[in-house]
Design a protein around this ligand. Structure first.
Ligand code: ADP
Length: 334
């Protein structure tokens, strides 16, 4: 995947970890979510209770994992980290749950991808701090109820719509993460530059902030690529000129759209006259999974004003035609 992919790249875990804010006050932006979380935290701490289960919903790279870790830190609790796809067999989840100690935070990333039997086990755990462990097979199988320690489940999903009703209902609070404003991204980039020791000028930070798809993970990655360029081809100082030249090398366009974003817009315009076209047709046309188109690509294109989702399908907006340097046909816009 390219420089602009919001997904964590291989080997990027350590960088992610070193740049991760540790406290709620260091977490930039998402003001509503921070306020909501602070209330949930302080309410529970004040009563001496375990905080409700919390769900973070939104595109990748916006800080869901960071917030889960911050939550544990602010609670003074340990955090156990796993993911939906890792919990294929209910036994995997049972083992995880029975190893919790009181007050722990259990973080399940991509919780919408958990297998159904594990999900059903989670209902009881969330509600009653209990698991039913099935022993044996066939008619002789028995189920043994097992108490587990009180814990707070923190789930993260890029697709809150595909969570089942019963699972969604068991979260006390769902935080919807938004793409970041340029000023917030500048703050993220300046903070990271400080940690990494990059000599970043304000206009350099502004340029990177404009072109990172509203996503802190991408902002941090572009900062590292621009630093490489500054050190190798220049004197190490990241100015706006250096940032522009570097982003040119990495094929990051003016608006920070990535290859897939551009493919979707291009296909919409060239093959479908600007739409409307259904998401599944579009995904076949660009050769990418529909879930990626819907969860990663479209949210940003909608936010950037390039794409509209209508009941009859996806439509390229006037801004999209302009960005592609094309003229919209007379019957465009549905
Ligand atoms: P997600 O779990 O939503 O994919 P992460 O929490 O892993 O996202 O965040 C990816 C990276 O972006 C982290 O390493 C962190 O450094 C940075 N980041 C995300 N949100 C913020 C923020 N609000 N302030 C500062 N850095 C952030």
């Amino acid at each position: 995947e390219g420089t602009l992919s919001p997904h964590r790249a291989n080997g990027e875990q350590e960088i992610d970890a070193s740049l991760r804010p540790r406290k709620l006050d260091d977490f930039v932006g998402q003001q509503r979510v921070r306020e909501q979380l602070r209330l949930v935290l302080q309410g529970a701490l004040g009563r001496g209770e375990q905080p409700d289960h919390i769900l973070f919903a939104g595109p990748p790279g916006l800080g869901k994992t960071s917030l889960a870790m911050i939550l544990a830190t602010e609670l003074g609790s340990a955090i156990r980290v796993t993911s939906g796809p890792a919990l294929e067999r209910p036994g995997d989840l049972a083992a995880m749950l029975s190893n919790l100690t009181a007050g722990d935070v259990l973080f399940i990333d991509e919780i919408h991808r958990m297998a159904r039997p594990a999900e059903e086990m989670l209902y009881l755990a969330m509600e009653d701090y209990r698991v039913d462990v099935v022993v044996g097979k066939g008619p002789g199988a028995t189920s043994i109820p097992l108490d587990i320690a009180p814990f707070t489940l923190v789930g993260a999903t890029t697709r809150s719509g595909s969570l089942t009703g019963p699972l969604r209902d068991r979260f006390g609070f769902t935080a919807h993460m938004e793409f970041y404003e340029p000023a917030e991204l500048e703050e993220v980039i300046n903070r990271s530059a400080g940690i990494l020791g990059v000599d970043l000028r304000p206009d350099g930070a502004t340029e990177i902030a404009r072109r990172c798809r509203g996503t802190p993970r991408i902002a941090n990655r572009l900062l590292r690529r621009v630093r490489d360029y500054a050190e190798v081809r220049s004197d190490g100082v990241v100015t706006v000129e250096v940032a522009r030249a570097a982003l040119e090398v990495y094929d990051v366009d003016e608006l920070g759209l990535d290859r897939l974003d551009r493919a979707v817009l291009g296909s919409l315009a060239r093959s479908f006259g600007g739409g409307p076209v259904g998401a599944s047709t579009l995904s076949v046309a660009v050769g990418e999974e529909q879930s990626t188109i819907e969860e990663v690509c479209e949210p940003y294109l909608v936010r950037a004003g390039m794409l509209a989702r209508t009941p009859r399908g996806r439509v390229a907006t006037a801004a999209a035609w302009q960005h592609l340097g094309m003229v919209a046909p007379a019957n465009a816009f549905g």
